[in-house]
Write a protein that binds this ligand. Sequence first.
Ligand code: NAD
Length: 428
Amino acid sequence: MNMPVPIKEDMEQLAEDLFSRSIARVQEAARHARIDPETLLRMSAPRRTVEVSLPLRMDDGSLRMFRGYRVQYDDVRGPFKGGIRFHPQVDLAEVKSLALWMALKCAVVDIPFGGGKGGVEVDPHQLSLAETERLSRAYVRAIADVIGVDRDVPAPDVYTNARTMAWMADEYSSVVREHAPGVITGKPVGRGGSLGRDDATGRGGYYVLKEIEAQRTWKPGNVTVAIQGFGNAGQHIAKLLHKDGYKIVAVCDSRTGIHAKDGLDIPAVIEHKNETRRLPDVGDTIDGSSLLELDVDVLVPAALEDQITAENAANVKAEVLIELANGPTTGEADAILHERGALVVPDVLANAGGVTVSWFEWLQNRAGTYWELEEVHQRLRKTMQRQYRTLHARMTELDAPMRTAAYAVALERLDRAHSATGTATDYR
Ligand code: NAD
């Protein structure tokens, strides 16, 4: 059935800025996808949004309330899947956008998961370790009814990590009174985690860049790189590229940045950052926005969304951008960068290494057997290579940004699942 559907009217109800922009980009890409318009309508709003209030007893005996969310966007291709963010700016519109991107991302790398996302509005730097643990457990208790190994599988995101996931998995097991390691991925090795999950996001971006290196016959020693955000995603790609001889000339975190035109000693920078939680005092100081405009070959945004916008896109000089962060480039910026011939490898591919290895972890948890590290790396490289080549071919055919190609491919895969499902649930 190919009837036009009133997507626009439905959309007008969705006032939230980031989410509306995310949907607008999906609609734009849908013009290049061979799909039933009903699929687009189905993808225009999440299946379920859950908002929870979390009372937390602080170490000093006082009580504070925190707001948390879980958004379950679409599960036609498999259980909802997506990280949990602890950040002061978390809000429902952001979590909805991130959940939509997860649905697209899982389709881009063709893994059997849908899209979800969660978050708690909190500055984790203001909490003690014990308070963070209590908050993590409270969040899982609050959403325990809607998650599950075959329903919705959370993972880490900004300011949550393997330890947070271990607390959450443990709390979930207490609630359901059974062992259920597959309910959460990104757990520590030894607590059901997979080898290779810790660096999977950065490594996935690295494998994509190796494809570009081969296409463009680059010599790593001549290629300069700047990285915005020096957490899990940023540090690991830095380490892998540095090992191959790439020149990482600048990195920054939320506090400060460092710049050295002959390249930074990345292992030393990582060691200092992890010991002191600060970047070392080497090279010149650079702020985050100047870093984005450096004259480098490769720019890796690995912090937060909306960093490259209509205001600064014309000043971005990099030839290749690898979006390890989710949503760092706005639609207008994407168009400006495409116009001048820059290649923006979109988040839905560039940072999909994390969710891909999360899938490997889930498979291992369910099978009860564990893989060697080489096997994880090999499978991840194959996935990233295959999907990069698919998107590159589609991008060339469309003469559009790679994001448009990625969304078109993802929508077609979602469409195949939605079309095959039929419409019985619409009448129930
Ligand atoms: P993280 O908490 O480990 O690190 C975030 C880093 O960004 C920190 O170094 C922080 O100081 C820095 N940062 C925060 N605000 C900044 C700002 N305004 N300017 C510069 N730096 C800033 O988080 P992460 O897991 O590395 O996630 C980073 C991005 O990658 C997020 O967009 C996240 O959604 C995305 N991502 C992460 C994973 C994963 O597996 N970790 C997977 C997919 C996508």
